[in-house]
Design a protein around this ligand. Structure first.
Ligand SMILES: Cc1ncc(COP(=O)(O)O)c(C=O)c1O
Length: 393
């Protein structure tokens, strides 16, 4: 079994070789600017058109609804700030779940400086945004909403369509959902979500075996957005800048691949997740979000009295790459904002580790990981006992 074993697919996924192959011509001979009016430009434009269709197909959207951007972070910012800017100085209320990815949370918080009122929608102990919280927010008639489809730490799925439908029935507002963690793991149907009242979705290529630096905001054409980056008229005037054609081609190829293996992959991941979690429970783990519907690849857990960072380092040395809390905030010493919102005690939250499985994960790796975790936990317990004894002596 090759080491290190990669178990951090929610942070990023390996680039699939078929995706790389699709991209290579656009890094080598087909280097045209998609805005140029000669054959090089036309070839780049054609490739982007194909990618737009592939992304739209994987999202259940129309190609005209795809706005290519540089990352999931940009897509979330484009919705939050771009849609807010379209209201001019009027401001309003923005409602978003307390467990959004930091790129949505912090974009919303920036709006507070421009007279927007913020409502953080609470979650229950299983990590689900509550209907009661949404109902309470509705009274303020938010102009903007953002509730993610699946959380990147817990993998918990949210009742986005139902929330968006309530928002539409009672006051309207533009409704966005971050689907970065759903692409390639579970089916996506923007058309159905749109009919329920969802106006925009965030996707990111590198979460689904595509390249980093390519993503999309899937947006209802009625959604009024002021671009964050002004310039030439790329992406229907909503995102200026010469397009990263190779990455966009890779994003398209990754979407096609995702759609073709979605059913078989999600079943396989779910089986591996069950095997992993059964082993973790035997080792004494507390699983977070286990009472809610979740992504088939994500397991988030703690062992009482064990620091997550310490266990992560041990596992890393043993050849297993996992995450403690969200990868993006692993430099942040605070316990996960997601676990805090779920009411998890701080000491247990500090122990949180996330294992996220992917297409290359197999039974042998899961069993080897469980064995390594057992060894590391025994070592750490012995160490603590030794330290206690020497303190008492
Ligand atoms: C749910 C979610 N949204 C957005 C992002 C940001 O995407 P990107 O890394 O493409 O900027 C991530 C990445 O960690 C994510 O997990």
């Amino acid at each position: 079994m090759p080491f290190p074993v990669y178990l951090d697919h929610n942070a990023t996924t390996p680039l699939d070789t078929r995706v790389l192959e699709a991209m290579l011509p656009y890094l080598e001979t087909q280097y045209g600017n998609a805005s140029s009016r000669h054959e090089y430009g036309r070839e780049a434009r054609r490739a982007m058109d194909v990618a737009r269709q592939q992304v739209a197909a994987a999202a259940g959207a129309h190609p005209a609804e795809i706005i290519f951007v540089s990352g999931g972070s940009e897509a979330n910012n484009l919705f939050m700030k771009g849609a807010a800017a379209a209201f001019g100085r009027e401001g309003g209320t923005v409602a978003f779940s307390a467990i959004e990815h930091p790129c949505a949370l912090n974009a919303a918080r920036q709006l507070a400086r421009q007279d927007w009122r913020l409502i953080e929608l609470p979650v229950d102990a299983a990590g689900r945004v509550t209907r009661a919280g949404v109902a309470e927010a509705l009274a303020q008639k938010p102009r903007l909403w953002s509730v993610m489809l699946a959380n990147n730490e817990t993998g918990v799925l949210q009742e986005v369509a139902a929330f968006a439908a309530s928002a539409q029935e009672q006051g309207g507002g533009w409704f966005h959902s971050d689907a970065a963690q759903v692409l390639g793991k579970l089916p996506l149907d923007f058309r159905a979500l749109n009919q329920a009242g969802v106006h925009a979705l965030t996707l990111s290529a590198h979460k689904a075996y595509g390249p980093k630096g390519a993503a999309a905001l899937v947006a209802d054409r009625r959604l009024d957005i002021i671009p964050l980056i002004a310039g030439g008229g790329q992406e229907g005037g909503l995102r200026a800048g010469t397009e990263n054609v190779a990455a966009i081609v890779g994003f398209g190829a990754a979407c096609e691949l995702a759609a073709s293996r979605l059913d078989s992959l999600s079943v396989r991941l779910r089986r591996l997740q069950t095997r992993l979690e059964a082993g973790l429970v035997l080792l004494g783990a507390t699983l977070f979000g286990a009472d809610a519907p979740r992504l088939p690849n994500t397991s988030y857990f703690s062992f009482a009295g064990v620091e997550g960072e310490t266990l992560l380092t041990r596992l890393d040395r043993a050849g297993f790459a996992v995450a403690s809390g969200a990868a993006c905030s692993s430099a942040n010493p605070n316990p996960s904002h997601v676990l805090m919102a779920m009411g998890v005690p701080e000491d247990l939250a500090r122990g949180a580790l996330r294992v996220s499985l992917g297409v290359g994960t197999n039974d042998e790796q899961i069993d080897a990981f469980l064995l390594a975790a057992k060894v590391a936990l025994t070592d750490l317990k012995n160490l603590t006992a030794l330290q206690d004894r020497s303190r008492r002596a």
